[in-house]
Write a protein that binds this ligand. Structure first.
Ligand SMILES: C[S@@+](CC[C@H](N)C(=O)[O-])C[C@H]1O[C@@H](n2cnc3c(N)ncnc32)[C@H](O)[C@@H]1O
Length: 380
């Protein structure tokens, strides 16, 4: 018996189940449960399918805690680039706190906090560099998934007195922040009066088209805006994501796993991320209909450059631009137009902070983007 065959035999004897392992993830419990619903109830909307794939209570890509972000995970985000992103945003939050009169109990609500890394980067920076702001600050994380809350609690142990977890949004004054949350919200695939539903051909998932009267495809994102508008008493909303204005909007979903773009949403269901570009115009229209006003819209390159220039002109003690090669690489990744600088946009909304207030630091270089925003005429 060759040593090779010997190894083969011992594995097969000890681990019979390995041979039944579903390497292509075609018959997992999640896939079976999706098939079962379609078999009994007929084709389902893509929003429902996306909800199952990402947020099924037990098997969803996010809700199971399976999603890994960063070099060893499925994709990068601004947060996974390093602490600089959180530090720059902390500076922007500090300016907002200043603008609201340096109030006590200034609340940062984060939604889509994943493992809590952004919160940690913000809190460590503020504690060290802006202690007065740290004293006034309360950090809230709105987290629907227990497994992610556990990860966040572990990561933020040192700040247990500062951070509180919410099941639903509560009335607050301060900032609501999200990075790459809107693109992860379920969408329907509606175009030109037709909707693509998820059906079955045998065991294979297929798209089937049906006429539809509705045009709203991003209901979850619009309801998210409703919730914020109803609870924000005074302050700002900052949402960072990748998307398009109305006229260039692409309705294609992206599917990513291990830093590769997959060809279909039906590959690696529950083990891959599914996202859709954000349709900024409809988000803004909904926000305005709910009494929020646009405080700025620009790309990430301009946004972060504005914050940095404010920092550099202010207190030297607040400068975050450490002179290390690592910090320079982080800065380049976040700012460079060919990297994350142009891929992401930043939308700021505001409520009850006065019409005539100056632009926030992040928007002071965004004039070019603002003037092209025919769809967002009410920036003030
Ligand atoms: C693309 S990840 C971004 C994570 C993190 N913000 C970052 O930039 O690294 C999207 C996150 O949004 C979370 N999420 C999706 N819907 C949510 C909701 N309604 N409320 C809170 N978090 C949500 C997911 O669980 C996931 O952690």
């Amino acid at each position: 018996m060759t040593p090779r065959l010997d190894r083969y035999l011992s594995i097969s004897a000890l681990d019979v189940e390995r041979w039944a392992f579903d390497v292509f993830l075609l018959n997992t419990p999640l896939v079976e449960s999706i098939r079962q619903t379609i078999r009994t109830q007929g084709p389902q909307s893509f929003a429902w399918f996306m909800q199952q794939a990402l947020y099924h209570p037990e098997h969803g890509y996010y809700s199971s805690g399976r999603c890994q972000i960063g070099r060893k995970g499925d994709y990068f985000t601004n947060v996974s680039v390093g602490p600089l992103f959180g530090q720059l945003l902390a500076s922007q939050f500090s300016e907002i706190w200043d603008r609201l009169g340096k109030m006590n109990d200034f609340v940062i609500v984060e939604q889509g906090a994943h493992d809590g890394q952004f919160a940690l980067d913000v809190l460590e920076f503020v504690q060290k560099r802006i202690p007065e702001f740290f004293d006034a600050l309360r950090y809230r994380i709105l987290e629907p998934f227990p497994i992610l809350e556990q990860q966040q609690r572990r990561k933020l142990e040192a700040f247990e007195d500062k951070v509180q977890w919410l099941d639903s949004l509560e009335s607050f004054t301060g900032v609501h922040f999200s990075n790459e949350l809107l693109d992860a919200m379920p969408v329907r695939l509606i175009r030109n009066g037709m909707e693509k539903l998820v059906g079955l051909d045998g065991d294979q998932f297929v798209f089937v088209e049906r006429p539809v009267n509705k045009t709203i495809f991003n209901q979850a994102a619009l309801e998210f805006i409703d919730q914020i508008a109803a609870n924000l008493q005074r302050g700002y909303v900052i949402a960072i994501d990748y998307g398009f204005l109305d006229d260039q909007f692409e309705r294609d979903v992206q599917v990513r796993a291990r830093h590769l773009n997959l060809d279909s949403s039906f590959e690696q269901i529950g083990h891959a991320d599914i996202t859709m570009f954000v349709h900024w115009a409809s988000i803004v229209q909904r926000a305005q209909a709910n009494g929020l006003r646009v405080a700025g819209f620009t790309d990430q390159h301009h946004f972060l450059t504005g914050i940095i220039s404010q920092l550099e002109s202010g207190e030297p003690s607040q400068s975050v631009l450490a002179d290390s090669p690592k910090a320079k690489r982080e800065l380049q990744t976040l700012l460079h137009p060919e990297m994350l600088g142009r891929a992401f946009q930043v939308l700021a909304l505001k409520k009850n902070v006065g019409r005539k207030t100056n632009l926030l630091a992040g928007f002071k270089f965004g004039a070019e983007s603002r003037s092209s925003l025919r769809l967002m005429p009410r920036i003030c």
